[in-house]
Design a protein around this ligand. Structure first.
Ligand SMILES: Nc1nc2c(ncn2[C@@H]2O[C@H](COP(=O)(O)OP(=O)(O)OP(=O)(O)O)[C@@H](O)[C@H]2O)c(=O)[nH]1
Ligand SMILES: [Mg+2]
Length: 649
């Protein structure tokens, strides 16, 4: 049988500063393997937990899920007593757990107790449901300011919890008048401290650099009479690139920096000297970033592989100097162009994890425990819901070339698809997974109900999620309740054509079978999607810049004429013409003549006459106002539009 060797990385590490808590007991792999091997048996033997502080089974026979974040042990104030309120997935009943005992137990557990636990473990009495993480190596420690902020918040939350408990009881009895309408409240960020928010969406502004202006200059040199035009072109503006940086794992940096602008190209100079190019700007994003234009649904780019670089916006073209306009009919051109303005855009970035397998389930089901067993990841594990606030990644490697990346996601609540709890923030991460492991808490009163509720949430968030291949893992088989309910759960699922697995993540039993089954699903999925996979390989990613450029550099002959009869205003709309007006440098006389020529050549005059333009009407082109003359008195002028212009609006 192939062996499981492991490596891991955790995106949580960046978002939440962690240091080792010296008071906490260290996770010892030797001890664990000793315990695991000692207890390894093919049949699960349920053990009554010795720990008195295990919360009592909840009344009403419902699955355990919660509406509000229970306090974190790191931030508890022991003297304060309060009741954390819970709402079950079902609407019928309510249970309250007096968290006092739990809090005190978590925060004031002494060294002696830990030693006692050690003895228990060695004797084979594994304290499976002790409410304390078995793997404390990854404990999160905050700075003193963060703690203060958090403590203040916790205090407020706890005070309000007492009232909430009463309200929730009313809710259970059908008296919902005082409870907020959860459907209509955006719970996304409210009440969640900044350190806990997931930075997986960002809005940024990008702007390509403007091109430099061309200049009018003439060669003046001894012994070179009439040296001719020698004005150089302006340099092009800086491009905007977006690049995947493998070391990034969130969009957090975009909280501090939102604007990215390419450098401006330098202006041209005499002696045929062209201006220097503007500096390019590179926006670094983590792997798995999706780029969209703000306010639009269409996905512009999906950046998956570290090192991938896409050209988003091309810098503006440098304006031509007078040397470029020299021709047979005009050997002394006194004309130069302005540099083209850089394009600007607001973009929405969205980060979707690039994991092969996603672990989903209700809060407290044992998802993080499972990840910690199958990989070297060390997510925080604790006996309260929403321990996991940000997704954790772990890499499982079966042998040399078969590895899979597994993501442990925060628990899902009923209503997660519409923003309830934390789940929907992360549900989109599962869209990238090829397979799911659905962990069911076997010790909950109605595991089938919990299973159905989570499946429904997935389906309501995105029906494609429900189509993904999945493995059902019935967890906590070492607990008597779970053990007793297993057969009925299994039969019910088998009746629907699903074969569930059972396991005890804490005892590391049955976990290998579950992850192997997930790997098998993944393998089959990849086989059947091989052609599609090929498309996601890095290739030419300049299509966004091409698209923007095409839109901008539309032919000058593409225009539309709008007429406002009330004010006798004519407006000529066309991106090609707008760009032409912007690049015309009105300070040179030849520019004006050229502009009129172009208007006549591209058919603007003709089209206006056809539409019935009259003497004295005002015509707007690319932000310029001009007055229409029916009979051109100036024979050198090719267009009927003159006087008042050039004149900026
Ligand atoms: N007895 C027993 N307890 C388990 C087992 N697996 C997990 N637990 C316990 O269940 C509690 C919750 O485990 P977690 O792994 O944090 O659960 P989770 O699903 O990640 O929870 P959230 O992150 O809050 O959604 C912890 O106290 C674990 O020790 C198991 O197989 N048997
Ligand atoms: Mg967790």
């Amino acid at each position: 049988m192939a062996s499981m060797s492991v490596t891991c990385f955790s995106p949580q590490a960046l978002a939440r500063p962690r240091t080792q808590n010296p008071k906490r007991k260290k996770y010892s792999p030797e001890k664990h393997s000793r315990i695991a091997n000692g207890n390894r048996s093919s049949n699960f033997k349920p053990q009554k937990s010795k720990n008195k502080s295990v919360p009592p089974p909840l009344a009403g026979g419902e699955a355990t899920t919660y509406t509000s974040l229970p306090p974190r042990e790191d931030f508890t104030v022991p003297s304060l007593s309060f009741a954390a309120a819970e709402i079950k997935l079902s609407h019928s009943s309510v249970a309250q757990i007096n968290s006092d005992s739990k809090v005190n137990r978590l925060s004031s557990k002494g060294e002696e107790e830990e030693e006692e636990e050690d003895d228990d473990e060695i004797n084979g009495n594994f304290p499976v449901d002790s409410g304390k993480s078995e793997y404390d190596g990854d404990e999160c420690v905050y700075s003193s300011e963060e703690k203060n902020v958090f403590n203040e918040k916790s205090l407020n939350d706890r005070n309000s919890n007492c009232n909430e408990a009463q309200e929730i009881e009313e809710f259970a009895n059908g008296e919902t008048s005082n409870l907020p309408d959860f459907e209509n409240i955006d719970l996304k960020e409210k009440g969640v401290p900044a350190v806990m928010r997931c930075f997986d969406r960002a809005k940024i502004y990008v702007r390509a650099g403007d091109g430099g202006n061309g200049v009018v200059a003439f060669r003046r040199e001894k012994f070179v009479p009439m040296g001719g035009p020698s004005g150089g072109d302006g340099g092009r503006g800086g491009h905007v690139y977006v690049e995947v940086d493998g070391s990034m794992n969130s969009l957090l940096p975009f909280r501090n920096k939102v604007h990215f602008r390419g450098g401006r190209g330098s202006h041209g100079m005499g002696m045929m000297q062209d201006g220097a190019r503007g500096e390019d700007v590179v926006v670094k994003v983590p792997p798995g970033t999706v780029v969209m234009e703000a306010g639009k649904e269409e996905v512009l780019l999906e950046l998956l592989h570290p090192g991938q670089r896409a050209l988003l916006l091309r810098g503006g073209r440098g304006g031509r100097g007078n040397a470029a306009f020299k021709c047979g009919s005009n050997k002394v051109p006194k004309i130069a162009e302005n540099g083209e303005e850089g394009v600007e855009m607001w973009l929405e970035l969205e980060l979707k994890l690039v994991a092969d397998v996603g672990i989903v389930g209700a809060p407290n089901a044992g998802k993080s425990t499972f990840l910690s067993v199958i990989s070297a990841a060390q997510p925080t594990i604790a006996n309260y819901p929403f321990t996991t606030l940000l997704p954790n990644l772990g890499v499982v490697s079966f042998d040399y070339d078969s590895t899979l990346v597994v993501a442990d996601l925060p628990g899902l609540l009923e209503g997660a698809h519409s923003g309830f709890g934390l789940g929907h923030e992360f549900l989109r991460h599962t869209e990238r997974c090829s397979a799911l492991v659905h962990i069911v808490d076997g010790s909950s009163q109605q595991p089938e109900f919990e299973y159905d509720a989570v499946r429904l949430e997935l389906e309501m968030f995105n029906p494609e999620l429900a189509e993904k291949p999945f493995v059902v893992a019935y967890n906590k088989m070492d607990l008597p309740d779970a053990y007793e309910n297993w057969l009925s759960f299994k039969e019910k699922l088998q009746a629907r054509g699903i074969v569930p697995f059972c396991m005890s993540a804490v005892k590391r039993e049955g976990t290998y079978e579950v992850i192997s089954a997930a790997y098998e699903l993944l393998r089959k999925y990849k086989e059947s999607n091989q052609e599609f996979e090929g498309l996601t390989e890095p290739g030419n990613l300049d299509h966004v810049a091409d698209m923007v450029q095409k839109r901008r550099r539309a032919p000058i002959t593409d225009f539309e004429i709008l007429y406002d009869s009330g004010s006798n205003f004519w407006q000529i709309v066309g991106t090609g013409l707008d760009r032409f007006v912007q690049m015309t440098n009105w300070s040179y006389g030849d520019s004006v003549r050229r502009f009129q020529h172009v208007l006549a050549a591209c058919g603007v005059d003709k089209a206006l006459k056809k539409k019935g333009v009259k003497e004295g009407d005002t015509v707007y082109v690319g932000g310029m106002a001009m007055v229409w003359n029916d009979s051109s008195t100036d024979s050198s002028s090719p267009s009927n539009m003159k006087s008042k212009w050039p004149q900026l609006m």
